[in-house]
Design a protein around this ligand. Sequence first.
Ligand code: NAD
Length: 251
Amino acid sequence: MRGPFDLSGRTALVTGANTGLGQAIALALAEAGADIAAVGRTPAEETVAQVRAMGRRAEMVPADLSTIEPVQGVVDRVIGAFGGLDILVNNAGIIRRADSVDFTEADWDAVIDTNLKSVFFLCQAAGRHMIGQGRGKIINIASMLTFQGGIRVPSYTASKSGVGGLTKLLANEWAGKGVNVNAIAPGYIATNNTAALQADETRNRQIVERIPAGRWGRPADLGGAAVFLASAASDYVDGHILAVDGGWLAR
Ligand code: NAD
């Protein structure tokens, strides 16, 4: 029986779906019924195989999102292959760490281009299609550093703060056109992206001690929030940044 969280017949484009949060989100959306276009620079065979094993459709669409060059082509290809596009999850992202006094222009540009510029132009390309069909769901992956300053990650903080602002701006423009734009702000989740923090004994202890839930998050912890924001259950939710953080921000 279809319920408000059912995604049967919907097509979701998930960037960076080969690993970490993107993979977990793709699997959660597929479990709720969606077909998955796994877009990224790294092949996502494992994700595609798992989605297909659930009886959903899954295809890989190779794209290096460090520039916006592939963006329109990727969206056109997904719409052509699947016959539509209902859900966009902007998950692909990178981080560079260095003291701000030493931070290079290359580390600034690389992070801003992938985490912010490509995210906006993917929203634009998908948004045009979704506005045309009068319906769509966009989920941007933000961060605790959408709200907080962080340390030694200036371009990452700027990019994720930007993602928060962009999510609200697009919601203001598109909520009245049937397109819900929201974000998920993951707390500290154990993935490749946070491997350096987990490996640093002192930082790791400080982080876990400060998380009310008392543990790192797991990628699968993001699944419920993603399904909610991709489904009819969130039709009146716009411009929201949903923290999935074990209570980190409440502290
Ligand atoms: P990850 O490093 O495991 O995955 C990053 C994904 O982005 C990979 O699939 C990678 O292939 C893809 N990617 C990176 N650069 C790309 C490019 N140029 N073109 C195409 N794809 C590219 O990290 P993760 O922890 O799973 O991170 C996923 C998202 O969640 C990122 O936006 C990250 O900033 C965000 N996030 C993670 C955490 C955390 O604690 N892990 C917390 C907050 C936000």
